[in-house]
Design a protein around this ligand. Structure first.
Ligand code: HEC
Length: 137
């Protein structure tokens, strides 16, 4: 009789364990939450991804710009639309080589940022431009 009880307990314990283990085995692999980082090798990053990193990072553009809605500055959608219509270059604006065409009356608010963008490499500026233009996708 004792033997049967031991077997029963052992069986129960095994059954419980199995049940416990099952949902774990079924779990999907966690989606990668790895964001592109500033230190990432250039070749593994598209210009748009680099732009996004700069937008949120050292560019601090995120403080005033959003993709689809006006914040302190115009939305990137509005900027991309106007630059496309006028066939103008966002890069030359960010280099301080061309005038503001989106909202010139507010240019004084944007102007200090050109100190940051003027110090950026061509690749970084291309990245920002690609990121701004991605608002039109
Ligand atoms: C302190 C707020 C602020 C920050 C930070 C800022 N902007 Fe702006 N931005 C503005 C405002 C306001 C305007 C509208 C004035 C203008 O058109 O120049 C503007 C306009 C622009 C324009 C359109 C210029 C044009 O032709 O009129 C571009 C492109 C732009 N910003 C890109 C950027 C990028 C890229 C960054 C980050 C490197 C950035 N901005 C950071 C406030 C900001």
């Amino acid at each position: 009789m004792k033997k049967v009880a031991i077997i029963a307990i052992a069986f129960l314990a095994f059954a419980c364990k199995k049940q416990e283990a099952e949902p774990f085995g079924k779990q999907e692999p966690a989606p990668s939450t790895e964001a592109p980082s500033e230190g990432m090798a250039a070749q593994s990053q598209t210009p748009e991804q680099l732009g996004e990193v700069l937008f949120n990072g050292k560019g601090t553009c995120v403080a005033c710009h959003k993709m689809d809605t006006k914040l302190i500055g115009p939305s990137f959608k509005d900027i991309a639309t106007i630059y496309k219509d006028k066939n103008a270059s966002i890069i030359s604006f960010l280099k301080g080589e061309s005038e503001a065409i989106v909202d010139p009356a507010q240019f004084a608010v944007m102007q200090p940022n050109l100190v940051v963008t003027k110090a950026m490499s061509d690749d970084e500026l291309k990245g920002l431009e690609a990121y701004i233009n991605s608002a039109l996708k």
